[in-house]
Write a new protein. Structure first.
Ligand SMILES: Nc1ncnc2c1ncn2[C@@H]1O[C@H](COP(=O)(O)OP(=O)(O)O)[C@@H](O)[C@H]1O
Ligand SMILES: [Mg+2]
Length: 606
């Protein structure tokens, strides 16, 4: 695991602590890692051995036809045209057709099956990564960029498969083609072949230079395309902010910059591309000219027939394309390995720990926090310090404290969204680690300040996770209790109304009530309310509060509230300050103490 990834997962930076390795050792390690990645990628192809064999067979067939076609030049010119041999006159046309039939079939088989395997591998990789995303710890998502995570699934997986199939095709088909053509050239004239061996590499070096330039530009284009999408994404997602703060000018000029950069890079690419072809052709022509000169002067003319010479030239011309691809093979493989590594880096991340085997029953007793400490990052100060708290069954405990004092962090430990640094949290006298994540989380319902809704119907959002087992009556009952039924039925499509991305079609209060209905429907014995009403105006807050009151009835509730009435009604109030619990008591007790709560109360509620 690299340092960066370790930082992402919040794991100790072991690599950083190790003494710096000597360079050669590090290089060896990199090569070994590359080989490992390579082997691991191959393991995805293994189940498709049969298709793989057909594809390779197709490539071999295809490679043969190139050589066969070049070889055919000799009987065609010498036999059919010069000697007017009857056999040749009949046979050569048939062979031409035969060769191209074979070429067609072989080409189809290799293209089809390579693509077949490629898409299976892409699908498999995507499924594995998506599955992984569902199990990664919350801390991973705190650090990761969503765009990056999406493109790993969509783009990098495809890049792996493309690079792999390209390099395989080159390694098998082009190598065989080159060997066949070269053998043919030597067969016709070793002297001319040697001449070619001198000119060939010079051309090769120039071609390699040009393609390198080309790749650099390609990469810049990808980067500049990313910039363009980035500006668009921001403009689309932030359309409201842009309108209100009059950011149009700023966005336009930023877009113009990215847009222009992209245009310039593309023109540069066009330029290299357009120059590439004539330069290579010119070099090939030079090679051809040299060979023609040698062949037609001196001793060669007597010894080589027209047919042999044409066959030689054809083979040579056919040789350039595969040779060019072969020189590029290593880059292609490296690109595939790099993309593969980026995928395996995700697959190798540690999933959420889920080693518990117990099932948490529906009857919840007490919840205990013992000596709990929490650090999100090792190098940052603790966010929760030495928390001692026990909550009785059915109790409502309110948490108050300045923003950043650790209230959300404290309640998030219960559904194990984060791992404690030390101490323990237990339910029914058993450490929550001992329960399966699934059973623990199924007993907890949460409503928080920002409600996450999927771009789906209201009904699907409310019944999220249990759509198939919920009947309409239960759904409506939950919505009535949450004071959501009335507004939902007034919507154009009622319960089937689409809420838009992140519920944008609903008002803040409506979203909250949908979230409350969702929590009610879950009917879990533990309830966590994290500033569930703080974003609301008084009118909708009143309605939401009624919903919440219904929700809290008969449950063990941890409520982070800014609203006095909620706090006053709570059985106990926990006052937090900079990660510590500084006071616990009822509203009256704490007011009488004239300490932390008293001050907070005066600041916030007077
Ligand atoms: N996911 C996180 N990663 C890193 N630090 C966090 C994360 N969530 C909260 N913090 C930090 O922990 C502290 C407590 O935050 P939080 O529990 O959200 O406080 P509260 O809910 O009382 O406002 C803050 O300093 C905050 O910056
Ligand atoms: Mg909070």
């Amino acid at each position: 695991m690299s340092e960066k990834e370790a930082a992402k997962t919040g794991e100790p930076l072991k690599a950083a602590a190790a003494p710096p390795q000597r360079k050669s050792v590090a290089e060896d390690a990199a090569i070994a890692a590359g080989k490992d990645t390579y082997r691991r990628l191959l393991s995805y192809v293994k189940p498709h051995k049969r298709q793989f064999a057909i594809a390779v067979l197709g490539m071999v067939g295809y490679a043969l036809t190139d050589t066969a076609f070049a070889a055919l030049m000799k009987p065609m010119l010498d036999g059919s045209f010069v000697e007017q041999d009857r056999n040749s006159i009949l046979l050569v046309p048939l062979l031409i057709i035969g060769i191209f039939v074979l070429r067609g079939v072989a080409g189809f088989a290799s293209t089809y099956y390579i693509s077949w395997i490629g898409w299976r591998v892409i699908k498999q990789l995507r499924a594995e990564i998506f599955g992984k995303y569902l199990t990664l710890p919350t801390s991973f998502y705190d650090q990761a960029s969503s765009g990056e995570l999406i493109s790993r699934i969509t783009f990098n997986s495809q890049m792996v498969a493309n690079a792999a199939s390209t390099s395989l095709t080159v390694a098998v088909r082009d190598t065989l083609t080159a060997i066949g053509l070269f053998a043919l050239m030597f067969y016709h004239s070793w002297q001319l072949s040697l001449t070619f061996l001198v000119i060939g590499p010079i051309i090769g070096i120039i071609v390699a230079r040009v393609s390198k330039k080309f790749r650099t530009i390609s990469r810049s284009i990808q980067g500049s395309m990313g910039d363009v999408s980035h500006v668009i994404q921001e403009a689309v997602e932030g359309s409201r902010v842009i309108k209100i703060f009059g950011g149009q000018e700023e966005e336009l000029s930023e877009f113009e910059l990215a847009n222009e950069r992209n245009r310039a890079f593309n023109m540069k690419e066009t330029m290299v591309k357009a120059l590439n072809q004539p330069i290579i052709q010119f070099l090939v022509a030079v090679a051809l000219a040299v060979i023609v000169y040698f062949a037609s002067s001196g001793d060669f003319v007597d010894r080589i027939s027209v047919g042999s010479f044409m066959s030689f030239i054809t083979a040579m011309l056919l040789l350039f394309a595969p040779l060019k691809r072969i020189t590029n093979l290593n880059n292609e493989i490296q690109r595939g390995i790099a993309a593969g590594e980026s995928l395996f880096a995700i697959l190798d991340l540690e999933s959420e720990r889920d080693t518990g085997t117990r099932e948490l029953p529906k009857e919840i007793g007490s919840i205990e926090y013992r000596d709990v400490n929490l650090k999100y990052q090792l190098d940052k100060p603790a966010v929760l310090k030495d928390i001692q708290l026990s909550i009785a069954s059915g109790e409502t405990v309110a948490f108050v404290g300045e923003s950043g004092s650790g209230k959300t962090s404290l309640v998030n430990l219960l559904p194990r969204l984060y791992e404690l640094s030390s101490g323990s949290v237990s339910v029914n006298g058993t450490d929550i680690d001992q329960y399966t994540l699934q059973s623990l989380r199924s007993r907890i319902a949460t409503v928080s300040q920002d409600v996450m809704l999927f771009n789906d119907t209201i009904a699907s959002n409310i019944a999220y996770g249990s759509r198939n087992s919920i009947d309409e009556e239960t759904l409506h009952a939950a919505c009535k209790a949450a004071h959501a039924h009335d507004f939902i039925t007034k919507l154009p499509d009622g319960y089937e109304t689409l809420v838009g991305e992140n519920g944008i079609m609903l008002s803040g209060g409506q979203r909250q009530r949908v979230a409350i209905a969702r929590a009610l429907l879950k009917n879990a014995p533990i309830l966590i309310l994290d500033e569930a009403t703080s974003a609301l105006d008084t009118e909708s807050e009143r309605k939401v509060q009624q919903g919440l009151d219904a929700l809290m009835r008969g449950r063990t509730t941890m409520v982070i509230a800014h609203r006095l009435s909620t706090i006053e009604k709570a059985d106990r109030i926990v006052v937090m300050d900079r990660g510590e619990i500084v006071e616990i008591g009822t509203h009256k007790e704490l007011l009488a103490k004239q300490s932390h709560y008293f001050k907070l109360h005066q600041l916030q509620f007077q």
